[in-house]
Design a protein around this ligand. Structure first.
Ligand SMILES: [Zn+2]
Length: 85
Protein backbone atom coordinates (compact mmCIF):
# COMPACT_ATOMS: atom_id res chain seq x y z
CA UNK A 1 0.00 0.00 0.00
CA UNK A 2 1.29 3.44 -0.90
CA UNK A 3 1.96 6.01 1.78
CA UNK A 4 0.59 9.55 1.80
CA UNK A 5 2.96 12.52 1.54
CA UNK A 6 4.24 14.12 4.74
CA UNK A 7 2.10 17.24 4.33
CA UNK A 8 -1.12 15.25 4.20
CA UNK A 9 0.08 13.03 7.03
CA UNK A 10 0.64 16.08 9.23
CA UNK A 11 -2.88 17.33 8.39
CA UNK A 12 -4.33 13.95 9.26
CA UNK A 13 -2.37 13.81 12.53
CA UNK A 14 -3.68 17.25 13.55
CA UNK A 15 -7.20 16.21 12.72
CA UNK A 16 -7.34 12.87 14.55
CA UNK A 17 -5.01 13.40 17.53
CA UNK A 18 -7.01 13.45 20.77
CA UNK A 19 -10.17 12.20 19.04
CA UNK A 20 -11.68 8.81 18.16
CA UNK A 21 -12.36 9.78 14.54
CA UNK A 22 -11.85 7.07 11.95
CA UNK A 23 -9.38 7.44 9.10
CA UNK A 24 -12.31 7.28 6.66
CA UNK A 25 -14.04 10.13 8.48
CA UNK A 26 -10.85 12.19 8.49
CA UNK A 27 -10.23 11.57 4.79
CA UNK A 28 -13.74 12.73 3.96
CA UNK A 29 -13.39 15.84 6.09
CA UNK A 30 -9.95 16.73 4.72
CA UNK A 31 -10.50 15.62 1.13
CA UNK A 32 -7.75 13.01 1.32
CA UNK A 33 -7.44 9.58 -0.27
CA UNK A 34 -8.54 6.66 1.94
CA UNK A 35 -6.41 4.21 -0.02
CA UNK A 36 -3.13 5.08 1.70
CA UNK A 37 -1.62 3.31 4.68
CA UNK A 38 -2.51 6.09 7.09
CA UNK A 39 -1.96 4.11 10.30
CA UNK A 40 1.64 3.46 9.33
CA UNK A 41 2.24 7.05 8.21
CA UNK A 42 0.71 8.44 11.43
CA UNK A 43 2.89 6.15 13.49
CA UNK A 44 5.92 7.96 12.00
CA UNK A 45 4.53 11.14 13.61
CA UNK A 46 3.99 9.22 16.86
CA UNK A 47 0.23 9.37 16.55
CA UNK A 48 -1.27 6.02 17.41
CA UNK A 49 -4.63 4.47 18.33
CA UNK A 50 -5.33 2.89 21.69
CA UNK A 51 -5.95 -0.78 20.86
CA UNK A 52 -9.05 -0.88 23.05
CA UNK A 53 -10.96 2.42 22.92
CA UNK A 54 -9.70 3.52 19.46
CA UNK A 55 -8.84 7.06 20.55
CA UNK A 56 -5.73 8.56 18.95
CA UNK A 57 -2.88 9.51 21.24
CA UNK A 58 0.75 10.52 21.07
CA UNK A 59 2.59 7.19 21.13
CA UNK A 60 4.32 8.12 24.39
CA UNK A 61 0.89 8.18 26.11
CA UNK A 62 0.25 4.51 25.33
CA UNK A 63 1.55 1.52 27.26
CA UNK A 64 2.23 -1.84 25.68
CA UNK A 65 0.45 -4.76 27.34
CA UNK A 66 1.80 -7.93 25.73
CA UNK A 67 -0.78 -10.23 27.34
CA UNK A 68 -3.53 -8.12 25.73
CA UNK A 69 -1.60 -7.82 22.50
CA UNK A 70 -1.69 -4.06 22.07
CA UNK A 71 -0.95 -0.52 23.22
CA UNK A 72 -3.41 1.13 25.58
CA UNK A 73 -4.20 4.54 27.05
CA UNK A 74 -4.26 5.23 30.80
CA UNK A 75 -8.07 5.08 30.99
CA UNK A 76 -8.16 1.63 29.44
CA UNK A 77 -5.32 0.41 31.65
CA UNK A 78 -7.33 1.55 34.65
CA UNK A 79 -10.38 -0.26 33.31
CA UNK A 80 -8.32 -3.45 32.96
CA UNK A 81 -7.00 -2.94 36.49
CA UNK A 82 -3.43 -2.74 35.16
CA UNK A 83 -0.98 -0.51 37.03
CA UNK A 84 1.58 1.45 35.06
CA UNK A 85 5.23 0.99 36.08
ZN1 LIG B 1 -7.95 3.48 25.47
Amino acid sequence: VERPNSNDTAKMADFVDGTCKSVVEACEALGLDEGFDWDDALLDLNVERCSYCDWWYDSCMLTEVPQKNGFFCDQCLAEFGIEKD
